[in-house]
Design a protein around this ligand. Structure first.
Ligand code: UDP
Length: 236
């Protein structure tokens, strides 16, 4: 069976890389994600990844950190580069060819973000990791994911989370909550469901880029999603 999607953008949160830890990186999680990505790449799927930085630094909380928002946001973007380098190392360790591109110039460690070059890498079967978010403060890595996905003409953005989709209510609080298999962009807005921040979400909606929210922590789920199986929630 041919995969349903030819080119995907996978958005991973920084926090997911912590595993059971309260900060930083868990090598076990990195290895798992690397193997999951390797499996879909082996199907011939072109894989781009945007990674968050929340396990290391979030700039948003000026009141708590005492560091002004824009400065903190740049620190958060640097955190995504640490995660990007870690994921790159893990992927290469399991034999996957990668390129890391940064939205902020860091010539010694990453290519600068160049859209056409990223596409070329993908066509050659390299996994492309986009680091440093959008390169701009006041944005999130979800927005970076949507933006890059639209730019590279990805078929879908896959938001890997710790829950297995979008529910009618919070499944931890309401035992009758059920998972949506599929839902429209407008329904997500009218029901005030949380998928991504609004900037990221509307960018997908305006460009008809479907989003799949799924549980990345279940091994094999990424492959299932790419094969079009009923995993997670499809927003379209
Ligand atoms: N960030 C930013 N601009 C971007 C992407 C990220 O300023 O385009 C900063 C922001 O401070 C954010 C931090 O980087 O809090 C880490 O990213 P995010 O919180 O999105 O990571 P995740 O929640 O996915 O781990």
């Amino acid at each position: 069976m041919a995969p349903k999607y030819n080119r995907i953008l996978l958005k991973l949160s920084g926090e997911s890389l912590m595993g059971d830890r309260s900060f930083g990186l868990d090598p076990k999680m990195l290895e798992r994600y690397a193997l999951d990505i390797k499996a879909v790449a082996a199907l011939g799927v072109q894989v781009a990844v945007v990674i968050g930085g929340g396990n290391i630094y979030r700039g948003m909380n000026e009141a708590e950190t005492g560091i002004e928002r824009a400065q903190g946001d740049y620190m958060g973007m640097l955190a995504t580069m640490i995660n990007g380098m870690a994921l790159q190392a893990s992927l290469e360790k399991v034999g996957v060819k990668t390129r890391l591109q940064s939205a902020i110039k860091m010539e010694q460690i990453a290519e600068p973000y160049i859209r056409r070059r990223a596409i070329r890498h993908l066509e050659k079967g390299r996994v492309v990791i986009f680091g440093a978010g959008t390169g701009n403060p006041y944005f999130t890595t979800d927005t970076a994911g949507s933006l890059r996905a639209v730019e590279i003409n990805a078929d879908v953005i896959l938001k890997g989370t710790r829950v297995d989709g979008i529910y009618t209510a919070d499944p931890e609080k309401d035992p009758t909550a059920t998972r949506y298999e599929s839902i429209s962009f407008n329904e997500v807005i009218s029901k005030e469901l949380k998928v991504m921040d609004m900037t990221a979400f509307t960018l997908c909606q305006e460009n008809n880029l479907p989003i799949i929210v799924f549980d990345m922590n279940k091994t094999g789920n990424l492959t299932a999603v790419v094969n079009g199986e009923n995993v997670g929630t499809l927003v379209k």
